[in-house]
Design a protein around this ligand. Structure first.
Ligand code: IPM
Ligand code: MG
Length: 358
């Protein structure tokens, strides 16, 4: 039986992941495929129990599984640990690198029901529908880094191989081909050498995709364009750190970072997680928005298991609860019906009944 390793992690991760699993179980009841879920420790929780953010048993289970379903890692309790031991570095970056998950897919779509939840004007965000592809295993995050004495200094190297650029950019073209055939490659080629290299590789690969319109944009301009006129974007492809920053920014185009799902893929395996963090300030209070995690579950059914009908059922159920006016705190305006993490998930499960499997 195909297996998913479930890693709730820390903070709100332990609240949203079990709820998303309930949604997945509900939709899988009628699916043509049975999937086994196996929970493991990761992040601060694993440090406390076993002394390491990414214990061997967890990593081995992830390596064997068909997919990994993760909540969030990190929190104030572990912030003072040396960098290589911290949950974010050891667990999250460790998993990405070891599993070779180079392609991070973050869809940004404004659902009509949430237009008012965005801090941006309705006419700017109402038709937003884009996908951001972030390179996930290279660049500054993984380059040589360190400290020097005399004078005291620090460095992080940004480096990309041709192969690393080509595989993510190709995925960008393939994704654009399935959508509106527009790819925007974001870089800083006016200053940074890796960006000039990125641009050269992208232009060469473009030769294989004459049907896709390719544009290049500097990252500072891209940040501005994302809030000025976000509807111009179809697919964005960019390096690791630019993608980290731009996807947080872009999440507000769909109302809240609590809505942003993500898939990290390598062609064989996928890791699915909400794009937000462990939110220690609201953890343990049944306040977190579970929808990004639930929607990450839909991405898992689609990309790893080919269960398109089931993925659509989840997405339709989420759209429906929002259309009915249900909101978690992050999406609410004064006067809205505010639901807790569990109640919002109950509402999604109930809505699944409206969309029987066809
Ligand atoms: C993300 C997060 C992580 C990242 C952190 C928690 C290390 O911000 O997935 O976007 O920077 O990649
Ligand atoms: Mg981020």
């Amino acid at each position: 039986m195909p297996k998913v390793v479930v890693l709730p992690g820390d903070g709100i991760g332990v609240e949203i992941v079990p709820q998303a699993i309930r949604v997945l179980q509900a939709v899988l009841k009628d699916a043509p495929l049975k999937i086994e879920f196996e929970e493991h420790l990761v992040g601060g929780a694993a440090i406390d129990a076993l002394g390491k953010a990414l214990p061997e048993a967890t990593l081995a289970a992830c390596q064997e599984a068909d997919a990994v379903f993760l909540g969030a890692v990190g929190g104030p309790k572990w912030d003072s640990l040396p960098a290589p031991e911290r949950p974010e570095t050891a667990a999250l970056l460790g998993l990405r690198k070891t599993l070779g998950l180079y392609a991070n897919i973050r869809p940004v779509r404004m659902l009509p029901a949430l237009v008012d939840a965005s801090t941006l004007k309705k006419e700017v965000v109402e038709h937003v529908d884009m996908v951001v592809l972030r390179e996930l295993t290279g660049g500054l995050y993984f380059g040589d880094k360190g400290r020097k004495e005399n004078p005291p200094s620090a460095y992080d190297v940004m480096a990309y191989t041709e192969e690393e650029v080509e595989r993510i950019v190709r995925l960008g073209f393939e994704t654009a081909r399935m959508r509106h055939k527009k790819l925007c490659s974001v870089d800083k080629a006016n200053v940074i050498e890796t960006s000039r290299f990125w641009r050269e590789v992208t232009n060469r690969v473009a030769g294989d995709y004459p049907d896709v319109e390719l544009t290049h944009m500097y990252v500072d301009n891209a940040a501005m364009q994302l809030v000025r006129y976000p509807e111009q974007f179809d697919v964005i492809v960019t390096e690791n750190m630019f993608g980290d920053i731009l996807t947080d920014l872009a999440s507000m185009l769909s109302g809240s970072i609590g809505m942003m799902a993500s898939a990290s893929l390598n062609g064989k395996k996928g890791l699915y997680e909400p794009a937000h963090g462990s939110a220690p300030d609201i953890a343990g209070k049944n306040l977190a928005n579970p929808l990004a995690t639930i929607l990450s579950g839909a991405m898992m059914l689609r990309y790893t298991f080919g269960l398109e009908a089931e993925a659509l059922r989840i997405e339709q159920a989420v759209t429906t609860v929002l259309e009915k006016g249900y909101r978690t705190g992050d999406l609410a305006k004064p006067g809205d019906k505010v639901l807790g993490t569990k109640e919002m998930s109950d509402a999604v499960i109930k809505s699944l009944e409206l969309f029987p499997r066809v």
